[in-house]
Ligand binder design. Structure first.
Ligand code: ARG
Length: 467
């Protein structure tokens, strides 16, 4: 019979027992559950609700259970509804009467949400660490290939030359925002719901700040109904994970594209590629594809939780038991994706020549030729048209490039063109001319790099503070 079976005369059926159980999922929260119970027991002892001896016996008993779980010696009973019941039952079996006093002034409703707060907080911290490592890998490649130019694309068509470092740093900024989202989700989890009991608080003189201190929570929740019903902190974690996965999927897509024969911009290391069982020549970017694909599941986890929460009345409802599986999955998946992506980025070979070769195609100097004329007084719309004619001329000549035209050809479209126009056709000159703050010119990238380093240092310091 279950620990709550006093008013029942019959057991639940085998099917409803299994259907209603959350143990297969929440046993992953055993450490958080034990930490919460230990803090509760000590506080009950300090407040004189139970004796200090009983409190100590409970804490010691819980330590023994934790050791057994971690040594693989704890047999989870599949008939237990959840991790809370499992551990409490084992405690009572171990220490008897004292163990039966643990649940004084507590409900599984505040117990489970306390466990989940602790879990979410820890996982956000783990993800913040992994996020920073991936950013480091990207920044290292950006520094290593600082001067390499490649085509920048819009609509997947050659647009303007950019430096590879600029391209890679774009992802570093996305990930930097993800870090902030994860930190905000961590803050949302950093509140102690313990002491809210079933929904209304309790009649015992609980000291909620004492449990908050032991559990490392920054504050206590101010409303017991909200505390047991709230899963915003899990939504925040799932949302942060989803956005970051979407970012990773974009990077993954570029890795897939860049490692095709058509692009050949990068070669993935063997340890981040797979072969084909039939085509001996194949080297597939499976892991980039997997990251791209896993994004679907992580976003699904977010949507599932949002829909679970929709229209739920206060306070605890069993629907809330569905909250953990997706959040656990989202955090684990994103952590693995960060690790995989960092490995893939730091071991890939950048084929600088392939990038530079593509820069020579697609009239990447067109905007700058137009700007050249503008600087000589021609209105931009006119200049746009003149350069458009030059592109047409190249295409009519079988797809030659601006470099293949003579000064005569240029002058034929506008006599504002002078011999110095030839210098403008150099992609590095073009890219470097983008001196705007945040632009792709190397001087601007150097400034950007300093900001990136500063942001990463700040984030590192935050992680040190968190511990
Ligand atoms: N297994 C439950 C969950 O994950 C624990 C809370 C159960 N509370 C209750 N009143 N049935 O949500």
């Amino acid at each position: 019979m279950a620990l709550w079976s006093g008013r029942f005369t019959e057991n639940v059926s085998e099917f409803t027992q299994r259907f209603g159980a959350s143990l297969p999922i929440d046993k992953q929260l055993y450490a958080q559950d034990i930490a919460g119970s230990k803090a509760h027991a000590r506080m009950l002892g300090e407040q004189g609700v139970i004796s200090k001896e009983d409190a100590q016996a409970i804490r010691d008993g819980l330590d023994r259970i934790q050791q057994r779980i971690e040594a693989g010696e704890f047999e989870f009973d599949i008939n237990d509804e959840d991790i809370h019941m499992s551990i409490e039952k084992a405690l009572i079996a171990d220490i008897g009467e004292a163990g039966a006093r643990l649940h004084t002034g507590r409900s599984r409703n505040d117990q489970v949400v306390t466990d989940t707060h602790l879990f979410a907080k820890q996982r956000c911290t783990d993800l913040m660490h992994a996020n920073l490592e991936l950013r480091r890998a990207l920044v290292d490649q950006a520094n290593k290939h600082f001067d390499v130019v490649l085509p920048g694309y819009t609509h997947m068509q050659h647009a303007q030359p950019i430096f590879l470092s600029h391209h890679l740093l774009a992802y570093v900024w996305m990930l930097g925002r993800d870090f902030k989202r994860l930190a905000a989700a961590r803050d949302a989890a950093d509140v102690n719901p313990l002491g809210s009991a079933a929904l209304a608080g309790t009649t015992y003189p609980l000291d909620r700040h004492m449990t908050a201190d032991e559990l490392g929570f920054a504050s206590v929740t101010p409303n017991s109904l909200d505390a047991v019903s709230d899963r915003d902190f899990l939504l925040d974690l799932s949302y942060a994970a989803s956005v970051s996965c979407v970012h990773l999927s974009r990077l993954a897509e570029e890795i897939v594209l860049w490692s095709t024969s058509e692009f050949g911009f990068i070669t993935l290391s063997d340890s981040f590629s797979t072969g084909s069982s039939i085509m001996p020549q194949k080297k597939n970017p499976d892991f980039a594809e997997l990251i791209r694909g896993k994004t679907g599941r992580v976003v699904g986890d977010l949507v599932a939780l949002l829909v679970t929460m929709k229209a739920l009345p206060l306070a605890y409802n069993k629907d809330l038991q569905e909250d953990k599986e997706g959040a656990i999955d989202a955090a684990r998946t994103l952590e693995d994706c960060y690790t995989c992506m960092a490995g893939m980025i730091s071991t890939m070979t950048v084929n600088e020549q392939a990038m530079e070769h593509q820069v020579g195609k697609g009239y990447l100097a067109a905007t700058d030729l137009a700007d050249y004329l503008v600087k000589k007084g021609l209105p931009f719309r006119r200049a746009h048209e003149v350069v458009g004619h030059l592109v047409l001329l190249c295409e009519q000549r079988g797809g030659c490039q601006f470099e293949d035209l003579s000064l005569y050809d240029f002058k034929n479209e506008s006599d504002l063109f002078e011999p110095d126009v030839i210098e403008l056709l150099d992609s590095r000159v073009i890219a470097d001319a983008r001196t705007t703050e945040g632009g792709t010119g190397r001087a601007a990238i150097r400034e950007q790099m300093a900001l990136v380093e500063q942001a990463m240092e700040d984030d590192e310091r935050l992680l040190e503070q968190i511990g």
